[in-house]
Design a protein around this ligand. Structure first.
Ligand SMILES: Cc1cc2nc3c(=O)[nH]c(=O)nc-3n(C[C@H](O)[C@H](O)[C@H](O)COP(=O)(O)OP(=O)(O)OC[C@H]3O[C@@H](n4cnc5c(N)ncnc54)[C@H](O)[C@@H]3O)c2cc1C
Length: 333
């Protein structure tokens, strides 16, 4: 086992929309049996990098692939399912998420080193997989060392950095579909593109195999150290952030467009556009999801007005809006 998603924050939230004289039965009462952990009305903010967001109607942590498959097979098809990885590329909105939110844990944390590759469970942290490959003298996965998400999220987002991405090394991914079927798909069937994979709707990545080549351990370690240094210098890596907010438009860089539009340092409530890397939004303390999303929308408006380019969100925004929007007060506004 290697480090996977950690932390067991379990704050109870106000029940979603069940206040009133008549108690509406809770979703948790009609879920199929599971060996995993199931909690009602659980705040998701502690599980996200931004540390914002409302509650999951039900948070479910399956114990194994089989447990997940059995659960999804028996789950009524009308119940929405949303999977979170490390939520390092996600804004969970303040109104929370209806349905079942899945979070994969220890049962999805195995790493197997092979002669020319690594098989990793979906809950493994990317950096841990890079470390395991490096320790085994396997080269080609160093880029994962700087990406703070999980393997499931890396496949779903075709994560990449420093000239490499999941598409360049993925052999296959094993999925559990929304109807509970377990399938292994070759990378070619996932149509991996810039920060995108075409997973079957509702499918959960549970395991993946990455190609790697035997290499010199010292060279691999030096490459990973260089990636770490570079990130520290250019990104707010210790902040409450969500990574790149917007996709780079073809032939352009989102941060340059934001900078040119005067977005650097802009603030809205507790949210700020990073001074260090202006395609990163920050929760400076006390931000709501509405602050972050509202600031993102303001940046899109400004960039569009200044350059004619409408930026596309890279960060996934999920759940129900809620909470009052706050005034925009920018240092450059
Ligand atoms: C400081 C910082 C630096 C970053 N640098 C980079 C970078 O260099 N390159 C880069 O590509 N990204 C970067 N990111 C963004 C982010 O880390 C990646 O997108 C990462 O792959 C997301 O993984 P996650 O587990 O956090 O996924 P989440 O953010 O939890 O989810 C992202 C999407 O993937 C889906 N998903 C998650 N797990 C699964 C699963 N098991 N099965 C199916 N779908 C799933 C979610 O439903 C969601 O749609 C950075 C983020 C931060 C905070």
């Amino acid at each position: 086992m290697i480090p996977t998603l950690s932390g067991e924050p379990s704050e109870m939230a106000e029940p979603l929309a069940r206040l009133g004289p008549t108690r509406i039965p809770h979703l948790i009462d009609r879920l199929p049996p599971t060996c995993g952990r199931v909690q009602a009305d659980t705040l998701l903010a502690p599980f996200t990098w931004f540390r914002v967001g409302g509650a999951a109607e039900v948070l479910m942590r399956p114990s194994s692939v089989t447990d997940l498959a059995d659960f999804l097979t028996a789950l009524p098809p009308d119940v929405p399912v949303q999977v979170l990885g490390a939520a390092s590329n996600m804004i969970v909105r303040d109104g929370g998420i209806h349905g079942v939110v899945l979070r994969l844990g220890r049962g999805f944390g195995e790493v197997r080193i092979e002669r020319d590759g690594v098989v990793a469970g979906a809950a493994c942290l990317d950096a841990a997989v890079a470390e395991h490959a490096a320790a085994a003298g396997l080269a080609g996965l160093e880029f994962l060392s700087g990406i703070p998400g999980t393997i499931g999220g890396a496949v779903a987002m075709n994560a990449g950095a420093y000239g490499s991405d999941v598409a360049s090394c993925l052999d296959w991914a094993e999925l559990v579909t929304r109807s509970g079927e377990q399938v292994r798909l070759p990378a070619a069937e996932l149509a991996l593109a810039y920060r995108h994979a075409s997973l079957p709707p509702g499918a959960i990545v549970v395991r993946a195999r990455f190609r790697a080549q035997p290499g010199d351990r010292a060279t691999i370690a030096a490459r990973m150290a260089e990636i770490r240094r570079n990130r520290e210098a250019t990104q707010p890596v210790r902040a409450r952030t969500g990574g790149s907010t917007f996709r780079n438009p073809p032939g352009m860089r989102a941060w340059e467009l934001i900078d040119a539009a005067g977005g650097r340092g802009l603030i809205r409530g507790g949210a700020a556009c990073s001074d260090k890397h202006c395609n990163f939004l920050l929760n400076t303390g006390g931000a709501t999801a509405a602050d972050l999303e509202g600031l993102g929308e303001e940046l899109r408006r400004r960039v569009h007005a200044a350059s004619g380019v409408m930026l596309e969100w890279e960060i996934k925004r999920v759940g129900i809006p809620g909470g009052a929007a706050q005034l925009v007060a920018g240092n450059a506004a």
